[in-house]
Design a binder for this molecule. Structure first.
Ligand code: ATP
Ligand code: MG
Length: 452
């Protein structure tokens, strides 16, 4: 029997199980990654010990998915996910198994896993490989193949088609023909999958090395139309001008040129022009325009991400980047214009916005590197930041209490006046002085007839 080397920590971990009379196996992505020659990410293990038995073995266990027999065990700085062998029966809704039966063998456990490359186990601590479905060969061939009949397996869980596509974003991987052709007939099942699960796979897809491959499969199988119809609507929307690609190809290329490690940027790349079909117009001169497309795109980005139950912070960040992506820097910008840009974009989002611009411009021109003018803008921004001028209401030399002192009643007027003062200070930083600001404030409320 083939054996693989087992890391020291895993051997020691497995001893806790054997001492209690149980078996434990390394399974899932870590085993697949080993045969891909990659360093494994997280460790997932499978055991015949039931969750309550695992909890008795280890002093501290987190019941992360106890209803599916999964607990997380903190061990030497890692979080090891531990699932009791199980066979799931009766998927009536294509979402989750109705019940989970615990079974005694690793082979049965492997039979419920999705793809052959994910259905290999390594026995601990000895390293013996259990590979009933030829997973190692498929890893070598870079083939994503369902365990058993793909139609049946996809009917059990509609997330699996998306998982197959997510794994195709690994370098060199392709989906086996039978498995691929089972995706379209299963879309009705996929439609009922919980949005959170779809989102999780989408995020993993975006952080994988070759998302473009996955997006091509998504379009070809109809999965894109199902989960991201707004994106499908960008197919065939021609742009002319500088653009060689239609809007969909432009979005996919921009996304795949963004830094993988920042999910929000990948999403902003994918969605930044998604409002273009809605605002496309042809002028009398025959020129195609997309006026206000960043606003339309931001709106659609928000609705797509809300539907997929992204966290609010992620949505806000992506929407902001989409909204701001249309800046046109020129050397003739005044310092006040640069300061306003900094305030509008926010100091922390300037570099991400530049990265989005670089990806956007690469998708148009095919030329890597930073577009013209960005570095000049960056240098001007850092000069301005070093000068430590006021960039937010909190940086002003006056506050609400000071305004109250000159008779401006605390309330909505206070905010209006402070924003006006910030605007003045952005134009001329020298004005950020208490006396001068109070003078401006008085003049402002008088001119506007605001309650004083
Ligand atoms: P990654 O390294 O990207 O996390 P992974 O293979 O570990 O990839 P997980 O989502 O963490 O993916 O799942 C762990 C394992 O659980 C998989 O390798 C697979 O064996 C099994 N699995 C996960 N989801 C399903 C599913 N929907 N149907 C069947 N088996 C699944
Ligand atoms: Mg995993």
């Amino acid at each position: 029997m083939d054996r693989v080397p087992v890391p020291r920590d895993l051997k020691d971990f497995s001893r806790f199980f054997s001492d209690a009379g149980h078996r434990v196996y390394l399974v899932g992505g870590a085993v697949r990654d080993h045969f891909l020659g990659k360093r494994a990410g997280d460790w997932d293990v499978a055991t015949d010990a039931r969750p309550e038995q695992v909890m008795a073995i280890f002093p501290r266990v987190i019941p992360t998915g106890i209803e599916h027999g999964t607990v997380t065990i903190p061990f030497r700085g890692r979080a090891i996910e531990c699932t009791t062998f199980r066979v799931e029966s009766d998927y009536t809704d294509g979402r989750r198994p109705d019940s989970v039966r615990y079974e005694a063998t690793i082979e049965e456990d492997l039979s419920r896993r999705d793809f052959t490359m994910n259905a290999i186990a390594v026995s601990l601590p000895d390293g013996a490989v259990i590979d009933p479905y030829g997973g190692r060969t498929d890893v070598k061939l870079r083939v994503i193949r369902a365990v058993g009949d793909p139609r049946t397996r996809f009917a059990e869980d509609g997330l699996r088609p998306l998982r197959a596509i997510r794994f195709s974003a690994l370098p060199g991987f392709a989906i086996d023909t039978d498995t691929l052709s089972a995706i379209r007939p299963s879309l009705g099942v996929t439609e009922r999958v919980a949005p959170e699960r779809v989102r999780e796979e989408l995020v993993k897809l975006l952080s994988s090395p070759e998302p473009l491959t996955a997006f091509r499969y998504m379009e070809e199988t109809g999965l894109m139309e199902l989960i991201l119809p707004e994106l499908s609507a960008c197919r065939g929307v021609e742009q002319k001008g500088r653009h060689r690609h239609d809007v969909l190809d432009h979005l996919l290329l921009t996304c795949s040129a963004c830094p993988r490690e920042v999910t929000e940027l990948m999403l902003a790349g994918l969605l930044h022009d998604i409002g273009k079909p809605a605002v496309r117009a042809t002028g009398d001169d025959g020129v195609i325009t997309f006026h206000g497309h960043e606003i339309a795109s931001a709106k659609i980005a928000r609705s797509v991400m809300t539907r997929l139950k992204f966290p609010n912070r992620t949505i806000a960040r992506v929407v902001h980047l989409v909204e701001q992506h249309m800046f046109h820097y020129e050397s003739s910008w005044t310092d006040a214009a640069v300061r306003r840009f900094v305030v509008r974009v926010g100091v922390d989002e300037i570099e991400p916005l530049f990265a989005l611009r670089a990806a956007d411009s690469f998708a148009i021109s095919g030329v890597r590197g930073e577009p013209h003018g960005i570095d000049e803008l960056r240098r001007r921004i850092s000069g301005i930041l070093e000068a430590r001028h006021a960039f937010s209401l909190g940086d002003l030399a006056v506050n609400g209490t000071d305004l109250a002192g000159i008779g401006i009643t605390p309330g909505p007027t206070t905010g209006i006046v402070l924003r006006e003062l910030l605007s003045a200070v952005l134009d001329d930083p020298e004005l950020n002085d208490k006396d001068r600001l109070l003078d401006i404030a008085l003049a402002f409320v008088r001119d506007r007839g605001l309650a004083n």
